[in-house]
Design a protein around this ligand. Structure first.
Ligand code: BG6
Length: 479
C-alpha cells in the first residue's frame, strides 16, 4: 500500500524565464530576468550598488534570452513529461508576454495564445497544469519606471494581469500560485520585488512595503479566482529552509526561533492566516522601522483577512544552521540564503546542504502551524552531469537525493500531514536562477546546451527519467 494518497500530484516544475527563451518574440516585453547576466557574476552584478537594470549586450551574456527554446519545443517537452507519467506540470506565465510593459490596459493576444496552446498540450495527456502567476519575471518597465513592488501602483497592474489569466484559463487550470518564493526578498529583493540597491532594494522598509503590496495583490487574485470559480485552488509559495540551532546554547536557540519566524513564517502567516503576526512590530522595530512608516490601510487589512490562500506551496532544497555565538563559523551557500556549515550534512557542488530529514521537519512544522494542504512545488539537486561517449547519463546522485526526499515525504504523510503533490524543480534542464548557468542541472531530461550557449538543444533521457517514471507508476512505492 502506498503512503501517498491515490490522487497525489506527481510532476515537475519550471519557470518561464528559465526555459522558454524567445524573449522578444510575438510582442513579449523585457522582464527583470531578461537583464540578468549569465555566469557566476550574476549575483555580484545584481547585488552591486551600481546595477540599474540596464541591458549590456557587449559586456554580458544573457542565457535566459534563449532559455532551452521551450517556446518552440514545448510539445516535445510535454510529450516527455507525459512519458514519465506526470499527473501535473508546474510552469509560470511570463507577465511580459501578456502585458509587455506591465502598465498597459489591453493584453497581448499572441502571449495569451501561447499559454492556451501550452495548457491544451498538457490536457491532451491528462496532465493537470499548475500555474505560478509571477515567477521572478516582472516587467522591467515596472522595475525601472515605477521602482518595483514598493510602489503601490503595482497592485493594480498585477490585479489586471491576474484577472486576465484567471478569466482566460480558469476552466482548464485548477491549481494556481500567486507569487513564487515571496519570502526570498528577505535576502534578495531583485528577483521577486524588482528592486536593486540603486532603486531602494537595500532598505528593509522598502522590502516590507513591497511585501505588503504583494500580499494585497495576492489577496485580490484569490478574490478574483474564487469569484470566477469556487473550485480553484490558489496557493501562496515560499522558500522553506528548515533552520537548526548549531547547539543547545539558548542564545543560538533564540536566534534560530527568530530566523524561523521571520524567514519561514512571516509571509505565510499573512497569506494563510490573513493577519500580520504578533512579532511584526518587533521585527520592524529592530530595523528602525515603525508600523506607521508603512502605507497599510484598514481596507488592505480587511482584504487580507477575507481572501486567504487555499494551500501552501513551497520549495525545499536544503536546511540552514545558525551559530550566533561564534561569528567565525564557516558560512555556506544556499538558496538565496546562507547559514553556517552543519557538520552532520553533505553539501551539493554549489554548497547547498542536503537534508532529507529536514523536509519531514518542514512538512510537520508547516502543517502543525497552519493545518492547510501543502504542496512541495520545488525540490532537487543541481549537479554537473557528465555525458558519456555512449549510453545515457547515469545520474545516480540525483536519484539518491530525490529518493531520500520522497521517503521523508512518505514519513510526513504517515505523521498526518496533508500533502497534495510533489513537483521536482527543473524536470528538464534549464537556466539556473541564481547563477545563470546551464551546467547546474536538475532535470530528468538532459538538454544539450552549455554555459556559453553552445549545443544542439537536443533533449535526451537521463537514468533518473526511467526511475521517476516508476516512482509515479507505483505512486511512490518503488523508490
Ligand atoms: C528556486 C527558484 O529558488 O530555486 C527557481 O524558484 C530556481 O527559480 C530554483 O531555479 C533552483 O535554484 P538555482 O539557483 O539552482 O536555479
Amino acid at each position: 500500500m502506498s503512503k501517498f494518497p491515490k490522487n497525489f500530484l506527481w510532476g515537475g516544475a519550471t519557470a518561464a524565464n528559465q526555459l522558454e527563451g524567445a524573449y522578444d518574440r510575438d510582442g513579449k516585453g523585457l522582464s527583470v530576468a531578461d537583464v540578468m547576466p549569465g555566469g557566476k557574476i550574476r549575483m555580484q552584478v545584481l547585488s552591486s550598488e551600481a546595477f540599474d537594470w540596464s541591458l549590456d549586450l557587449e559586456k554580458y551574456t544573457y542565457p535566459n534570452h534563449r532559455g532551452i527554446d521551450h517556446y518552440d519545443r514545448y510539445k516535445e517537452d510535454i510529450a516527455l513529461f507525459a512519458e514519465m507519467g506526470f499527473k501535473c506540470y508546474r510552469f509560470s506565465i511570463a507577465w511580459t508576454r501578456i502585458f509587455p510593459k506591465g502598465d498597459e490596459t489591453k493584453p497581448n493576444e499572441a502571449g495569451l495564445k501561447f499559454y492556451d496552446d501550452l495548457i491544451d498540450e498538457c490536457l491532451k495527456y491528462d496532465i493537470e497544469p499548475v500555474v505560478t502567476i509571477s515567477h521572478y519575471e516582472m516587467p522591467l518597465h515596472l522595475a525601472k519606471e515605477y521602482g518595483g513592488w514598493k510602489n503601490r501602483q503595482l497592485i493594480d497592474f498585477y490585479e489586471r494581469f491576474a484577472k486576465v489569466v484567471l478569466e482566460r484559463y480558469q476552466a482548464k487550470v485548477k491549481y494556481w500560485m500567486t507569487f513564487n518564493e515571496i519570502n526570498s526578498a528577505f535576502h534578495f529583493p531583485a528577483l521577486s520585488q524588482g528592486m536593486v540597491k540603486s532603486t531602494g532594494g537595500g532598505e528593509f522598509k522598502n522590502i516590507v512595503q513591497a511585501w505588503h503590496n504583494q500580499f494585497v495583490a495576492s489577496s485580490k487574485a484569490v478574490k478574483i479566482g474564487h469569484g470566477l470559480n469556487p473550485n480553484l485552488q490558489i496557493g501562496c509559495m515560499i522558500i522553506y529552509a528548515t533552520t537548526y540551532s548549531i547547539d543547545a546554547n539558548p542564545i543560538n536557540q533564540l536566534a534560530t526561533m527568530v530566523q524561523n519566524q521571520e524567514f519561514n513564517f512571516f509571509c505565510t502567516d499573512v497569506q494563510v492566516r490573513g493577519e500580520y503576526p504578533a512579532f511584526t512590530k518587533r521585527m520592524l522595530g529592530e530595523r528602525g522601522i515603525t508600523w506607521n512608516d508603512l502605507d497599510i490601510t484598514d481596507e488592505d487589512l480587511a482584504l487580507l483577512k477575507e481572501h486567504t490562500v487555499d494551500y501552501i506551496g513551497f520549495s525545499y532544497y536544503m536546511s540552514s544552521a545558525i551559530n550566533e555565538t561564534n561569528p567565525d563559523s564557516e558560512e555556506v551557500g544556499g538558496n538565496l540564503l546562507g547559514g553556517v556549515r552543519n557538520p552532520f550534512l553533505e553539501a551539493s557542488e554549489w554548497g547547498w546542504q542536503i537534508d532529507p530529514e529536514g523536509l519531514r521537519i518542514a512538512l510537520n512544522e508547516l502543517y502543525n502551524r497552519y493545518q492547510k494542504p501543502l504542496f512541495i512545488v520545488e525540490n532537487g539537486l543541481g549537479a554537473i552531469d557528465q555525458v558519456p561517449a555512449e549510453g545515457i547519463i547515469e545520474d545516480d546522485y540525483r536519484i539518491d537525493y530525490l529518493r531520500c526526499h520522497i521517503e521523508a515525504m512518505g514519513e510526513a504523510v504517515a505523521d498526518g500531514v496533508d500533502l497534495m503533490g510533489y513537483t521536482p524543480w527543473g524536470c528538464i534542464d534549464l537556466v539556473s536562477a541564481s547563477t545563470g548557468e546551464m551546467s547546474k542541472r536538475y532535470g530528468f531530461v538532459y538538454v544539450d546546451l552549455d554555459d556559453e550557449g553552445n549545443g544542439t538543444l537536443n533533449r535526451s533521457k537521463k537514468k533518473s527519467f526511467e526511475w521517476y517514471k516508476e516512482v509515479i507508476a507505483t505512486n511512490g512505492e518503488k523508490l
